[in-house]
Design a protein around this ligand. Structure first.
Ligand SMILES: *Cc1c(COP(=O)(O)O)cnc(C)c1O
Length: 360
């Protein structure tokens, strides 16, 4: 019997994944050259589908990376001369900050307790910070920062570069790329693919900064996948190194499937399923939503406190063929995490909640 994965990444594969994978094998995508017209067509197709899905304007390039965490390093090397500023409310936003310290940037931090989120009004960006790094969706705690708040903050600090981690929520957040300089995600979360591809959306402003920093004798923007080199290859829909051609192909196909549904419908379905899950957690004995403030509750990774030990709940749900995520780090004992990605239907969510009710 096959399981349904409600884990926050790797996650349930998108329902059309198998069919696209089969087609890619039949078409020998795994053997084509990344310097061929066939590959350039694939890159262009995936680029177009992502632009449509996420409403990305021509001012921004789309690059393919090894993973999202690779983007943390690239962003800091290419776009920060001295100082970065990080909104930290969990393990993933903290890692972006840790990378900045490892790269010897002056990294400043504004931190919230685990389970709490940021609003624009809470945040004072330091005067000399060049980059504001924040997570739209903090996967470890199930907290989101609403795009309207992110946009508000950027308007207040319009000269600073804003970089949004939307790894465990894209394509859900409706970001306005006239305000957001850079955003990134990995495909093993809400796009329903196996891990192995990161996507980096980057503005001209970021590129110009990297070109400027590259000229300073005292600076390095790194050697691997620098923005100027990525941009140069992007002009012909190529990549500097041999990329994961197969996954770029599959991502284009899944983005096209999501476009057929329409991004508004995808977002509405996500919100309806989230509403169903949070309502259940509030009304059912044995469970409670971890995040108190409704506006900070993630729509895509839902964290629940459990009265029973969480491993017992996870085990009992697994017996019925459903896999939910464990709590993060020290929250393993009393929390579960439920991914609410496009790959799982309202009907599958209904089955999960029925089972949770029996075993809580
Ligand atoms: C999973 C995750 C990452 C890291 O993604 P990788 O693909 O493992 O590099 C970064 N940020 C958030 C919010 C995540 O959920």
């Amino acid at each position: 019997m096959s399981n349904t994965y409600f884990t926050p990444g790797p996650a349930e594969l998108y329902p059309t994944f198998n069919q696209h994978l089969q087609t890619s094998v039949n078409e020998q995508i795994g053997s084509i050259s990344h310097r061929s017209q066939r590959f350039r067509d694939i890159y262009k197709y995936t680029d177009e589908q992502l632009r449509t899905l996420l409403n990305i304007p021509a001012t921004h390039d789309i690059y393919f990376m090894g993973s999202a965490s690779e983007v943390w390093e690239r962003m800091l090397l290419n776009c920060v001369e001295h100082e970065s500023f990080h909104l930290v409310n969990g393990s993933f936003s903290r890692k972006f900050y840790d990378y900045a310290q490892s790269l010897r940037k002056f990294a400043y931090i504004a931190e919230k307790p685990f389970g709490e989120g940021f609003d624009a009004a809470d945040v004072d960006v330091p005067e000399y910070a060049e980059l504001v790094a924040l997570a739209h969706n903090e996967t470890s705690s199930g907290v989101q920062m609403r795009p309207t708040e992110i946009h508000k903050l950027k308007r207040k600090y319009s000269k600073k570069l804003f970089c949004v981690d939307m790894v465990s929520s894209a394509p859900y957040p409706d970001l306005d790329y006239s305000l957001i300089d850079s955003a990134f995600f990995s495909v093993q979360k809400a796009f329903g693919m196996p891990a192995g591809l990161g996507v980096w959306i980057v503005s001209e402003t970021c590129l110009e900064k990297a070109e400027r920093l590259q000229q300073y004798d005292s600076m390095t923007i790194g050697a691997h996948h620098t923005l100027p080199v990525l941009h140069k290859h992007y002009q012909t829909f190529e990549t500097p190194a041999t990329p994961n051609v197969l996954f770029i192909y599959l991502l284009g196909k899944i983005a096209a499937d999501l476009n057929k549904i329409g991004i508004n419908a995808v977002r509405k379905q996500t919100e309806e399923k989230a509403r169903q899950i949070y309502k259940f957690l509030e009304q059912t004995d044995g469970y409670a939503p971890f995040v108190n403030e409704e506006r900070h509750r993630s729509q895509t990774v839902i964290v629940a406190n459990t009265t029973r030990p969480a491993n017992e709940v996870i085990g009992a749900v697994k017996e019925a063929g459903m896999i939910v995520g464990s709590g993060y780090g020290k929250h393993k004992e009393g929390q579960i995490r439920i991914a609410n990605f496009p790959a799982t239907s309202a009907e599958q969510v209904g089955k999960l909640l029925d089972r949770l009710k029996q075993v809580g």
